[in-house]
Design a protein around this ligand. Structure first.
Ligand SMILES: [Fe+2]
Ligand SMILES: [Fe+2]
Length: 137
């Protein structure tokens, strides 16, 4: 598995969305660090809850911007967000059961998945927005 820890997400060219992506990655890095430290699970739980809450908010706002702009890739994009959050909630179940190792593996996968999603689907949406702005000005 390639080590993507601390790899920065690609920019999509939308300031708010880009800042939110940075924060998503920072939360996943903190989560990995908390898991690697081991011991007490409360920091892990806390960061994971923050990641889930923040990602729910980020995905909803991204979807809202897509609907406002009549983005044709909306449905497929929504499915990807839903799949990611399902995985994040499964990881939360593991953490609550106190299983360290599978959670760490899952978080690496989650991080790779999210970086890939940003670099492909989110970047495609950023390009769509840029094209729309070009047409309206
Ligand atoms: Fe997205
Ligand atoms: Fe995103």
């Amino acid at each position: 598995m390639k080590d993507t820890l601390h790899a920065a997400p690609l920019k999509i060219g939308e300031t708010t969305i880009d800042a939110e992506h940075e924060l998503q990655m920072q939360l996943l890095d903190s989560l990995t660090e908390a898991l690697e430290r081991g011991g007490d699970f409360s920091p892990t739980r806390y960061v994971l809850e923050q990641f889930i809450e923040f990602s729910d908010m980020h995905f909803l706002s991204e979807q809202l911007v897509m609907r406002l702009h009549g983005y044709p890739g909306y449905e497929t994009h929504l499915e990807e967000h839903t799949r990611l959050m399902k995985k994040a909630r499964e990881i939360r179940e593991d953490v609550f059961r106190g299983e360290k190792a599978p959670s760490l593996q899952l978080i690496h996968e989650l991080r790779d998945w999210l970086l890939h999603h940003i670099a492909t689907e989110d970047v495609a949406f950023g390009e769509f927005l840029k094209k729309q702005e070009g047409q309206s000005s």
